[in-house]
Ligand binder design. Structure first.
Ligand code: SF4
Length: 324
């Protein structure tokens, strides 16, 4: 039997290159070796969303990207978190075994308090408990995480461990599958690529939109004139060539250092590389976009398959806690 992987991602709508090169490609790669459950965590999104008018569209666009990028509903369970409400019931039960002190110490809770002081809601502090419920409801053994998410997973392991010691072995303590998510800088060359920072390149853009977007990128700040030699090692565009023009890397670096290539041409080369690499993805996405019912069916089927596992776990948890 394959080991089970669980991963959840917030519904952020159309995915960008950072999501694609980090999470999505990794999700696709894991499908053959693990029993994968991938979930769009809409309840988690509510901890920081006050306006939910775009939530449904964001879920739809994200799922289009996931499917077009190679997530396969025949291999993996793909569903929306709230469509399996058992997770909220398990969240409540796990919250009874989770000391408040553990949650108040979580660094991301403290960061969120600073980021949204007007909306420090109860869900924010309980976030790691819901995350634990997400994982253990499906008895997942493996969770793909970047190094920055390790403390969260450690807390999930502690909560699962505490439940097991109080009520008997029930949940596997989930292990991290450390993934070296490449840090993809945004077009500003400073911050991590993100929608919030408006420094992203969406993978579903048209070829011309991609060119326009890439042309706005900040490059080596020391290279002010066309004849100035550049420093590819500190240039954001160069770092993206690694993924989209790997065979030309040395050439681009030397042409940049000797000012044989200008930044506009270099950006055009990158945009062409992105466009040709994403062409099959974009074709699949366009075809999928004509079949919204198919997307709805994939999500409904995923929720149904997830529910079977969820109900069985929840029954076991309630029995062990003396509720049945
Ligand atoms: S030529 Fe390319 S690698 Fe060099 S600074 Fe300009 S964009 Fe960056």
């Amino acid at each position: 039997m394959k080991r089970r992987v669980f991963s959840g991602a917030r519904p952020t709508g159309r995915q960008h290159l950072g999501n694609y090169l980090g999470a999505i490609q990794n999700y696709v790669a894991l499908q053959d070796d693990y029993d994968c459950i991938y979930c769009i965590v809409d309840i988690h999104a509510l901890t920081s969303l006050e306006n939910t008018s775009e939530l449904r569209m964001n879920i739809y666009e994200m799922m289009l990207d996931w499917l077009a990028a190679g997530l396969d509903p025949r291999k993996s369970i793909l569903f929306i978190q709230s469509h399996v409400p058992e997770v909220m019931e398990l969240h409540t039960l796990l919250s009874m075994v989770t000391p408040l002190g553990w949650l108040l110490r979580v660094p991301t809770f403290k960061e969120k308090v600073k980021l949204q002081p007007h909306n420090v809601n109860y869900g924010l502090v309980g976030y790691p408990v819901l995350m634990t419920a997400d994982i253990v409801l499906y008895k997942a053994e493996v969770v793909p995480v970047g190094e920055d998410q390790l403390p969260h997973l450690e807390l999930a392991r502690e909560i699962a461990h505490r439940f097991n010691s109080l009520f008997g072995d029930t949940f596997p303590e989930p292990k991290a599958k450390l993934t070296s998510f490449p840090l993809i800088l945004g077009l500003d060359g400073k911050e991590k690529m993100s929608k919030q920072a408006d420094n992203d390149i969406e993978i579903a853009l048209s070829p011309q939109e991609t060119i326009d977007r890439v042309m706005t990128a900040v490059t080596d700040p020391a290279r002010q004139y066309r004849n100035d030699p550049g420093h590819p090692e500190i240039c954001n565009i160069y770092s993206l060539h690694r993924y989209f023009n790997p065979s030309q890397l040395d050439d681009i670096a030397s042409q940049c250092r000797t000012a044989k290539i200008g930044c506009v041409d270099c950006k055009m080369l990158l945009a062409q590389g992105i466009n040709s690499s994403l062409e099959p993805f974009r074709e699949r996405r366009a075809a999928l976009a004509t079949k919204p019912q198919y997307i709805a069916d994939v999500l409904a089927d995923g929720a149904q398959r997830a529910k079977v596992i969820a109900q069985e776990t929840l029954r076991e948890v309630k029995q062990k806690m003396g509720l049945i």
